[in-house]
Write a new protein. Structure first.
Length: 632
């Protein structure tokens, strides 16, 4: 909270910022900027330099105006925040500070009251100590009286001493009760009360010891016989003792009154102490709440400080950028002035260069005319005529070459077509052979099935023969021999027919298997076979056909290689010519573009650099003329 108070003092002591809304800026700051340069440029012979004519000066001016507007907006925001701080936060901090001061004064008053209460408690403790001293003195007097009684005798003084002793005990008990009450009521003088109670305990112990001695003396006196002849105690002594007892009673009554006053003051102080404690609790709650509010306010103030610092940093960055841009503007203006001076100096030189270019163009025209005359002479020269004849021959040869290339291309196309047709025919024949092979396989399977059926039939016939034999034997018994012989011959003839059929089927099967193997071998060897139309059997000569095909393929490959080499040479020659023509056209375009650029520069600029540019243009013109002469 001291920090908050110091912050409020600092806020009160702060002068109004120069960035406040009520701050009057100088007229030169907000005035519109003139088009003149920031620095002092060297004046030329024509007129003063204007920065708006620069390419890019407008964008710099716009950026500068935008930065200026951002800076003014940030300044307005900052001034608003500062005004809000001055209008709202600083009065709050002042009120909080005043409340703190009032609380401090109240706490000081309470401390003084507590100190006064502590002083009264100390006075009470001092009074208690005085009472304890008085009790000790009374104890001494009691001892003296007991000693005197021991010396004089216990006749009349014993009863009075006992009564007085009881009164003193009652007073001691009363004083102890008062001390205990004072000890319970006053927490500040607790240590002093403890010491006083300790002393009272010691005194009580001594009183108990004295009581024991008195009882012992009483017992001894009771055991001793009475001596009525002892008259040592005089009236003067009794009077003095009575006077002393009266004085002690008066003092005791005064001490009792003082103790009653102290007790009343202690009660008042206890009440005040309770009130002060309640006030202290209330003040503590208030102070805790105010501390909490002050911490919140301090956090808000710190956040505002951070925002102000961030805005100040942003403003500094903007100022740095503005200064950097102003510096760049100055540098760009100086550079523009230097360039303008250089341009003005080069204008004269460029006029001279233009004159020289005109002279060079005239010389070029003259040289072109000379070149035309030289061409005419060259055409009329016999060597040129011979060169034309050679060129005609070369053209004829090239035409013949083209015809040969066309023929080669036709041959290659026809060879490709024939080869494609042969391949197609071979593929068809192979497919037909595959179909025949499949058919033969099917026939083989059918023949196998037939053989199996014939074998079954042969088995049936064997069984029938056996049955016939059995029947024959049975018939031989029944029929005659002639009939049996006829039946046997018929059966033999049928069996022979069946055997012939079986042999024929086996031969056909063997032939089909051999043909299938031959076809499979030929198809695997070269894939080219021929089918006989009459018989449907296979007949081929694969070796001869393979050699013919190889020769034909080699011839076609040689023709292809020749045609490819010829076309490659032609393409290389054409590519070289195209590359040469492209380079020449590119050089011509570059030279034209350079001449146009030079003319544009001459038209745009002018000055003492014209001679150097004219020299460079003369050198380039000579190079281009030499290149053109070489090409022609």
């Amino acid at each position: 909270m001291d920090m908050v108070g110091s912050l409020s003092d600092a806020m009160d002591d702060l002068q109004p910022l120069s960035i406040a809304t009520n701050y009057q800026q100088p007229s030169s700051y907000g005035a519109p900027r003139s088009s003149g340069p920031l620095s002092n440029p060297t004046a030329t012979g024509s007129s003063r330099y204007d920065t708006d004519n620069l390419p890019g000066g407008l964008s710099l001016q716009q950026e500068f105006s935008q930065l200026k507007a951002d800076y003014s907006a940030n300044m307005e925001k900052l001034n608003q925040t500062m005004n809000s701080i001055k209008q709202f936060w600083s009065p709050e901090l002042k009120r909080e500070r005043q409340m703190r001061r009032e609380e401090a004064t109240r706490i000081a008053q309470l401390e003084r009251m507590l100190a006064a209460a502590g002083g009264s408690a100390a006075s009470v403790v001092g009074g208690n100590a005085a009472l304890q001293m008085e009790i000790a003195a009374r104890d001494d007097r009691i001892r003296q009286l007991t000693n005197m009684l021991d010396e004089q005798g216990p006749s009349t003084m014993m009863a009075a001493n006992e009564i007085r002793y009881r009164e003193l005990e009652q007073t001691v008990e009363h004083l102890q009760g008062m001390l205990k009450q004072a000890h319970a009521g006053d927490a500040g003088g607790r240590f002093a009360l403890e010491t006083a109670l300790r002393r009272l305990d010691e005194k009580n112990e001594r009183l108990a010891h004295m009581e024991e001695e008195l009882n012992r003396y009483r017992n001894l006196r009771a055991q001793q016989p009475r001596d009525f002849t002892d008259k040592t105690v005089t009236k003067h002594d009794i009077v003095t003792m009575k006077l002393k007892m009266e004085r002690s009673e008066i003092e005791l009554s005064e001490r009792k009154q003082e103790l009653a006053g102290c007790q009343a003051r202690i009660r008042d102080l206890e009440d005040e102490n309770m009130d002060l404690k309640s006030h202290m609790h209330v003040y503590r709650d208030n102070t805790s709440q105010r501390d909490h509010t002050n911490t919140i306010l301090q956090g808000d103030v710190e956040a505002l400080r951070k925002k102000l610092e961030a805005k100040n940093q942003a403003v500094e960055q903007r100022e740095a950028t503005i200064t950097r841009l102003e510096k760049e503007l100055r540098e760009s203006r100086h550079e523009a002035l230097d360039r303008l001076e250089n341009v003005r100096q080069t204008e004269l030189r460029m006029t001279q260069v233009v004159g020289r270019l005109d002279g060079l163009e005239n010389t070029l025209r003259e040289k072109d005319a000379e070149i035309d005359r030289m061409k005419h002479r060259l055409t009329s020269h016999p060597d040129v005529v011979k060169e034309k004849e050679f060129n005609d021959k070369i053209e004829k040869l090239t035409e013949e070459k083209r015809l040969l290339e066309r023929l080669v291309d036709d041959i290659r196309r026809t060879g490709d077509k024939e080869r494609q047709l042969q391949l197609e025919t071979y593929q068809k024949e192979v497919e037909q052979l595959k179909g025949t092979v499949d058919n033969l396989q099917k026939e083989l399977t059918d023949r196998d099935i037939l053989l199996e059926s014939q074998n079954e039939k042969i088995g049936d016939l064997g069984r029938e023969v056996q049955s016939a034999k059995d029947r024959l034997q049975a018939a031989m018994v029944d029929k005659g021999a002639d009939e049996l012989r006829k039946e046997v011959e018929v059966a033999r003839s049928e069996v022979d027919k069946l055997l012939k059929m079986v042999r024929a089927l086996e031969k056909e099967n063997a032939q089909i298997v051999s043909q299938y193997k031959q076809l499979r071998g030929t198809v695997d060897r070269d894939g080219a076979v021929k089918v006989d139309g009459r018989t449907g059997l296979v007949s081929s000569n694969p070796v001869q056909q393979h050699s013919q095909f190889q020769k034909r393929i080699e011839e076609l490959e040689e023709a292809l290689r020749e045609s490819v080499s010829i076309t490659a040479e032609r393409e290389v020659h054409l590519a070289q010519q195209k590359h040469l023509m492209h380079n020449i056209s590119q050089q011509l375009n570059d030279s034209k573009r350079e001449v146009q650029e030079l003319r544009r520069k001459i038209a745009d600029t002018g000055g003492p650099d014209r001679e150097a540019t004219m020299r460079a243009m003369d050198a380039e013109r000579r190079q281009h003329v030499e290149q053109l002469l070489q090409l022609k």
